[in-house]
Write a protein that binds this ligand. Sequence first.
Ligand SMILES: [Zn+2]
Length: 252
Amino acid sequence: MLKNILDLIYPRKCIFCNNILNINNKNKYVCETCAKTLAFVEDDFVFVNNKNLDNNIKFYFKDCISVFYYESNISKAICDFKFRNKDLYFRPLASYMLENIKKYYNNINFDFITYIPMFSSREKERGYNQAALLAKYLSKKLKINFACLITKIKDNKPQHSLTLDKRRINIQDVYKFSGNKNIKDKTILIIDDIITSGFTLNEAAKVLKLSGAKEIYCATIATTRIKNKNSLLNYINKNMCDSLRRKNKEYE
Ligand SMILES: [Zn+2]
């Protein structure tokens, strides 16, 4: 009863298209149209397996899986989640990730689940780290130990504000192993919101591998459609977060 009244006063909106949800909508966060038409990554492309990423680079994670392509409604929802205080979006977004992890990583025994950290002052400013919210939710649901294994020691420029070549240099040596757990021979799942070039996840995986971890896997909400470098660069130039960023100076 109370729930229905609240729904009338503060109607729930679909996180992807912003349309008001019908009270009888089964899903509390996503409308029926979006639930059917979102750009899910097809089975054949789910595993990044390093092969779609720059082959001049040594990759430290074994694989990365993503739920959606980073475009249209999905990029909007992720930008809202990251930059517009929609921290509660972690629940619907992580529940999609949960299904993906159960489906594709079901034969892997993870010892820890961790996330890509933010620089401390940036996290203070935002009030939350979206990747940590996702990772905590997933750790509870999957019954895998949650741990803050990585610390960000350099306040570099945001990766999505840079071209591909600059991203690689920008991310170098920005992380260190937190040292708070014994990760020797452990299998670790790193959570982040998006994978584009793969450099961020790779740098984080590197510090864990060099600290003794056995295998690193990654999972994200979304990925860019990677076909070739040019299309990726092209995409980055047009990407929605960048245009939001230009419009909203407060995020600088
Ligand atoms: Zn919708």
